[in-house]
Design a protein around this ligand. Sequence first.
Ligand SMILES: *Cc1c(COP(=O)(O)O)cnc(C)c1O
Length: 363
Amino acid sequence: MEFNKILNSLSNYEAGKPIELVVREYGVDACNVIKIASNENPYGCSPKVVEAIKNEASKASLYPDDSMYELKEALAKKYSVLSQNIIIGSGSDQIIEFSLFAKANPSNKILMAKTTFAMYEIYGKRTGTTVLKTASHEHNIKEFSDIYKSNKDIAVIFLCLPNNPLGECLDKDEVFDFLKEVSKDTLVVIDGAYQEFAGFKDENKKINPKEIIETFPNAIYLGTFSKAYGLGGMRVGYGVGDKEIIKVLHKLRSPFNITTLSLKAAIEAIKDEEFVQKSVINNFEEMVKYEDFAKKLDIEFIPSYTNFITYKVKKESSLICEELMKKGIIIRDLKSYGLNAVRITIGTKEQNSRLFKELKDIY
Ligand SMILES: *Cc1c(COP(=O)(O)O)cnc(C)c1O
């Protein structure tokens, strides 16, 4: 059968390995497997969310409120913007997809850092657009600016602040200076999936969505409930932007794009900021141990503004991941990004101790 030719240039997103796989393939007992590979919250989610999902369970037969009124109102309040500035997606992934569909096509280009969130490129290629990347793996704003100036047809720019899978983060001031140079016809996607972490660690990294949409109506800010809020399994993300952009993106949204239980979970999660705050504090307390561990073993690492850390290992990264998996520990190999590095999600104190012990043995 002939398929759309665009598909020939696409590869699948390589998701973190699931616990079930390690149980199946390595015969490790499920309760002994730890997954610190996909930047999920190791403390789970707010107990209030769990309670709310249980209470809502019988509503599984009903479609959710398609206007998502309550969640949008809560987000609007959180960010001091209007409901019309918000779109909800099945993960912020879906908003990335909508943004590209809205702007990119075979006659224009999109721009991103060399090593960044893989879905920008995957969704980008689906539109037939040309993908441009900076020479540096990490975000280098000078390179973004140079490439932008020498290419007249860049339709979408992605800034991942902080960046997954490397963990680095541009300063807000650098970002704003660059945005001033960008044409109002270029859509800038600011992916804030880890902003809760970056903003806590360093005020200079903090991006305020309200300020973005007031200053740069051509930019959209993306947030997610999957990381700091601990709702990866619920698939809820959002975009905050100028009403005009949001209105267009809504044309691409299928009805009921998140579930009744997901909607409820997100609404409850927003009410428990204390849970998020605690998770973020624990994260950076544990992160120090990862930095110390790396120094002791002479492993190069990238200072991180997220809930993970990237080790540039000397031994082959796939080998390390494989050995750890046999011990029931899942981390992320960055080989598919062309790097001999591993990305480890900062886990709980117990999970981290186990990782340190096993990794030390292997290393
Ligand atoms: C996790 C992540 C997302 C989105 O995740 P969803 O679960 O789809 O909301 C977006 N961008 C980056 C950089 C991420 O790491």
